[in-house]
Design a protein around this ligand. Structure first.
Ligand code: SAH
Ligand code: SF4
Ligand code: F3S
Length: 470
């Protein structure tokens, strides 16, 4: 049993070592014949963790099923970012409780960011005693031993570390796609934005060695992968803890030289986006001109309260530089409304920035207070109906620009990485442009994973229609 605590989660300790994943041979195939269902609630990083978890479960003999009703093990890979993610996971636990009353042998596990929360663990220990095991974000590679211990000792096993521990390489992975792959480049976050729980659930910034990243991508190229997405809570901080003169710009250059056709990266914090990165993105054709640049708020007053380290003006300066220097770049964003002390004027400044930036995509949220974060201690003085109304107004505006930007692509010829076939319509496929826009198109003799050119025939708010050009 090991429980999380926030004091340790807050410490930034740059002493860690890289070690290799190794499974005790006695565990290989140990659970043969058993089935599992894994549900993922979080971001791309969580999805990628699930790709590791699946491969580990496969290696100890479990096989995946698509319906939790038929599973011997149900594992929830959770997210803490907003209350609704939380509620969804607890709702599922409620359903599982009933299922377990009928199916006594059902094994239930919980992992991911919620496992790192002190309050969640207390609740699970008191009210969700039927949960067999819990592990955190820093020790997913220990899954075989944790399941085993829970079942052997027949009591709830909780193993959550708030201190990050070693950086483990070569954890097995079963990727969801044969053509698109996630590659972690940096774990954790040191930004401590005042509203955000991630620095506590994911620990300090730790970069993977460049050699390990490049080796992984070279293997992906050999295996026929067409696209990699470099992952981190703040990829711009890549390398700072390891090297004095090698950051995301240099890494992107080296990844570009592997000749993988498409490179994406996410997420970038505006604060340390360097000129070198802008130059590299504009120079190499296999680095996609598509940047996610979270704004959060357009008011410098609110940005300061959020601890975002930039102002409205410096954000706009960076945005304009990207637009000027990276040909055809598309920029998407995240925005929070209803942060404590956000006045109508502050909100209007957010709308003003949106009017200027005309984002290609935007994820918009109502502020959700999170346990142990500094912002949760601020007086929340925006009432719920105002929050809802601001979200509506913001969404109406961002949607206008999605459509306006998409309209500009009508009759243009664009490159698409084919992701799949429409299940309903014959000769209908879908995929994404370099700028990360979804296109549904018609054509013949196309395979998943092909890079094709498509002529855009019709623009909608969230997607485009087209037909195969050649
Ligand atoms: N590391 C990324 C953010 C990951 S979380 C970055 O800094 O860009 C994704 C988004 O969730 C954030 O950009 C933010 O808009 C939103 N978010 C984070 N904490 C939140 C909270 N407490 N309430 C509402 N939205 C939040
Ligand atoms: Fe959260 Fe800020 Fe870190 Fe993003 S940069 S994960 S919003 S603390
Ligand atoms: Fe959620 Fe954790 Fe990702 S809180 S957004 S799953 S890092």
């Amino acid at each position: 049993m090991h429980l999380p605590n926030y004091k340790e989660a807050k410490i930034r300790n740059k002493e860690y070592k890289t070690v290799e994943y190794k499974l005790d041979e006695n565990y290989l195939g140990k659970y043969s014949g058993k089935t599992y269902f894994l549900k993922t609630y979080g971001c791309q990083m969580n999805e990628h963790d699930s790709e590791n978890i699946k491969a580990i479960l496969d290696s100890i003999g479990f096989s995946e099923v698509n319906d939790y009703m038929n599973a011997d093990l149900v594992l929830l890979n959770t997210c803490s970012i907003r209350e609704n993610a939380h509620n969804k996971a607890f709702g599922m636990l409620g359903r599982l409780k009933h299922l377990k009353e009928e199916k006594k042998d059902l094994i239930i596990g919980l992992c991911g960011c919620m496992a790192q929360e002190v309050g969640v663990i207390e609740e699970i220990m008191q009210k969700y005693k039927f949960v067999n095991f819990v592990f955190g974000t820093h020790n997913l590679y220990r899954l075989p031993y944790i399941i085993d211990k829970a079942l052997m000792e027949n009591k709830q096993e909780i193993e959550v570390f708030s201190k990050e521990g070693d950086l483990v390489e070569d954890i097995p992975v079963r990727r969801a796609s044969k053509y698109k792959a996630y590659v972690n480049i940096i774990y954790g976050c040191d930004k401590f934005c005042t509203y955000c729980i991630v620095p506590y659930t994911r620990g300090g910034e730790r970069s993977r060695k460049k050699e390990d990243i490049l080796k992984e991508i070279e293997k992906l190229v050999k295996d026929g992968y067409k696209e990699v997405t470099l992952l981190g809570q703040n990829v711009n901080a890549y390398g700072k803890d390891l090297y004095s003169d090698y950051g995301l710009g240099e890494l992107l250059e080296d990844v570009s030289k592997t000749n993988i056709p498409r490179i994406r990266f996410t997420t970038s914090h505006p604060w340390d986006f360097t000129d070198k990165m802008i130059q590299v993105i504009s120079q190499y054709s296999n680095i996609m001109p598509s940047i996610h640049l979270p704004l959060q708020s357009g008011s410098s007053k609110i940005l300061k309260l959020m601890g975002r380290r930039y102002t409205k003006e410096s954000y706009l300066e960076l945005f304009d530089k990207m637009k000027a220097e990276i040909p055809g770049v598309s920029i998407s964003t995240d925005i929070i409304v209803g942060f404590p002390k956000e006045s109508e004027e502050d909100f209007l400044e957010t709308l003003e920035v949106v009017e200027h930036c005309k984002y290609d995509n935007a994820f918009t949220f109502i502020y959700s207070p999170r346990e142990n974060t500094p912002a949760a201690k601020l007086k929340d003085n925006v009432d719920n109906s105002t929050k809802e109304e601001r979200l509506q107004r913001l969404n109406t505006l961002v949607n206008e620009f999605f459509l306006e930007n998409n309209k500009k692509l009508e009759n243009e010829v664009v490159e698409i990485l084919v992701e799949g076939k429409s299940p309903k319509k014959k000769d209908c496929y879908y995929g994404y442009t370099k700028t990360n826009k979804l296109v549904n198109f018609t054509g013949k003799d196309i395979k998943e994973g092909d890079l094709v050119t498509v002529k855009i025939t019709d623009a909608k708010t969230w997607s485009l229609d087209g037909k195969l050009f050649k």
